[in-house]
Design a protein around this ligand. Structure first.
Ligand code: SAM
Ligand code: SF4
Ligand code: SF4
Length: 349
């Protein structure tokens, strides 16, 4: 362990895992419920059992864990879900976390359906940035992909409201799937380019077990970039940090950025500095893990900060996850990805 004093005086011990990776980003799922049923995440034709309220982490429990993670090296937080804006009084959690010394970036990922109502309160509470998921600009496709027939209008209004509240430029996440929205890539790029927002096109991933993933539904990052290149010339932008998952580009004509996230075709486990907390307080050290230890149970059993810190440091030190790289090796060998994985709506993206 090396001592680190770069977080505003909080004494800390930065840990690295077995592959030399620090823990820099913490993604916190605040709820497993969702008001959408996206085909690639929690398809509508399945039954889901959601956590009873008392099993969700409380805001105070989340804040306490965040303070400990900051001491181990975390600087960036992202609230996610399920749909985080369904968590009652979410802005109160934002206010608590924004006040934690050492947190340099506080973001939230949402499907945007409730964002028009919530954007100002979130910005006032100290949220830095918001990412909104948009798979189509057409109501019929949007309604099918998100499973319950919603129109995209309320989401686009939410994005405008977020920009008006000072949460822009907004990041847009777009999962691209063959036969669904691949032909809309350039239109989606153009719509958000005009408004100065940053789209990140994501390769459809084999997260969870309910989305019937198969390789032939994946549109690769190169295929996505080719579609955009047919309309606008662009150039690569250096990654701000090695652990950024997006490959970034800038349109030559206006300097607006977009990105592609090539989890399937060009895995990036080597720099992965992310930890994830599920809504019931389990710690996952990989998006594709099948389980993780319960921090909530340790908190509720009376663990001290020192106990928890020692546990977290030891757990991170023995981390050796590199699922996407292993998946790529398996696919090259003609094998399917490993079968046991936590669902995306339980741990967030
Ligand atoms: N409900 C919020 C939303 O949709 O933005 C936050 C949670 S959602 C699980 C977080 C991100 O994961 C979304 O941007 C979503 O598009 C992405 N996602 C979900 N399933 C995915 C999959 N199979 N492949 C790639 N991205 C996925
Ligand atoms: Fe809900 Fe987000 Fe999953 Fe869609 S991707 S079902 S909006 S959690
Ligand atoms: Fe990180 Fe796991 Fe994704 Fe690799 S597969 S980048 S280790 S979350």
């Amino acid at each position: 362990m090396t001592l680190d004093s770069s977080n505003g005086g909080t004494s800390s011990a930065v840990v690295t895992d077995r592959l030399g990776r620090p823990v820099r980003d913490l993604r916190i799922s605040v709820i497993d419920r969702c008001n959408f049923r996206c085909t690639f995440c929690m398809p509508a034709d399945r039954e889901y059992r959601f956590l009873p309220r008392q099993q969700l982490m409380t805001f105070e429990e989340i804040e306490r864990l965040v303070r400990l993670f900051v001491r181990l090296g975390v600087r960036k937080l992202r609230l996610t879900g399920g749909e985080p804006l369904l968590r009652r009084d979410i802005e109160d959690l934002v206010r608590l976390l924004a006040a934690v010394p050492g947190v340099e970036d506080l973001a939230l990922t949402t499907n945007g359906a409730l964002l028009a109502k919530k954007a100002k309160a979130l910005a006032d509470a100290g949220l830095d940035r918001v990412t909104v998921s948009v798979e189509s600009l057409h109501d019929d496709v949007f309604g099918r992909v998100t499973g319950l027939g919603h129109g995209v209008g309320q989401v686009l209004e939410g994005i405008d409201a977020a920009a008006d509240a000072g949460l822009g430029p907004v990041k847009i996440n777009t999962v691209v799937m063959k036969g669904t929205n691949e032909n809309e890539v350039a239109d989606i790029a153009g719509y958000f380019k005009e408004r100065g927002h940053i789209v990140r096109f994501i390769e459809f991933m084999d997260v969870g077990t309910v989305n019937d993933w198969s390789l032939d539904q994946v549109v690769t990052a190169s295929g996505i970039a080719d579609r955009i290149a047919e309309r606008w010339p662009f150039e690569p932008v250096d990654r701000a940090q090695a652990s950024d998952v997006a490959e970034r580009f800038r349109y030559l004509e206006d300097g607006v950025e977009f990105g592609v996230i090539p989890s399937i075709s060009r895995p990036f486990c080597g720099d992965c500095a992310r930890a994830r907390l599920s809504s019931d307080g389990r710690l996952y050290t990989c998006l594709f893990a099948d389980t993780g230890p319960s921090l909530r149970d340790r908190l509720r059993a009376g663990a001290t900060d020192d106990d928890l810190l020692a546990f977290l440091a030891a757990h991170w030190r023995q981390r050796e996850d590199r699922y996407s790289e292993v998946r790529a090796e398996r696919l090259r060998a003609g094998l399917q990805p490993a079968p046991q994985r936590v669902e995306m709506f339980r741990i967030g993206g």
